[in-house]
Design a protein around this ligand. Sequence first.
Ligand code: ZN
Length: 294
Amino acid sequence: MPELPEVEVVRAGLERHVVGATIAAVDVLHDRPVRRHPAGASGFAAALIDRRIVGARRRGKYLWLPLDDGDAILGHLGMSGQLLVQPTSAPAERHLRVRFALTGTAHGRELRFVDQRMFGGLSVSAGGADLPPEIAHIARDPLDPEFDDAAFVARLRARTSGVKRLLLDQGLISGVGNIYADEALWRARLHGERPGDRLTRRQAVELLGHARDVMNEALAQGGTSFDALYVNVNGESGYFDRSLHAYGREAEPCDRCGTPIRRVAFMNRSSYFCPRCQTVPRSVRTTASRTGSA
Ligand SMILES: [Zn+2]
């Protein structure tokens, strides 16, 4: 699944390649990616013809392209989505779902939505140029210049849920996926089950700083995509794997203390942590032994 830094790479590429372009034609090859558009595929296309793209923005993992009439194209890459800018003559990708023929600054090119599994999609957000109402409830992410650090720290410390669950709460902070949460917690030496209200202010500030660092490092490593002709996210975060300290490293030695990294089930996924650097909170240990699941 594309993590936030990869979505930001896509956003920056779109900003560079499609802003200023006018949509000359829209071809929906599969209905599923536009399923959230109430008027269906034909209504989706009709709403966009002759509109000019005036920006490329992002909130968490959602992208939107503000249009010159105040509406926006709202998109999510889901598990496997890609947004590509290709020459019109380039052969169709195997999982090409929607194509936008462009004129103006991007004459001779197409914006293409390619998605194998089709959990992602596109819709027209009425009046959504500044911020699509569909995503107004999603919190800003730590790479957003307007993210409010102090407010986040206060809200985190007011909650009783485990801190990993809080890092994944899109109403509190967006864009921190499972991988970045595990890496930030490892760097902060915090166990994910530690309740938010048991963190000191300093621990909460440091955790946020680590989350931001991890995401910025991933963004920097994905930065070569900025210079590629076409905007691409391949749904893999392979370029980042070599710098992971916890995620995906079960039984490998902790880079800090050598203790084998442990993996536990977490919300249908996995959490990876160092049992020595990131000690399980006493309250969680007690609960676990009571239920006999330790
Ligand atoms: Zn360790």
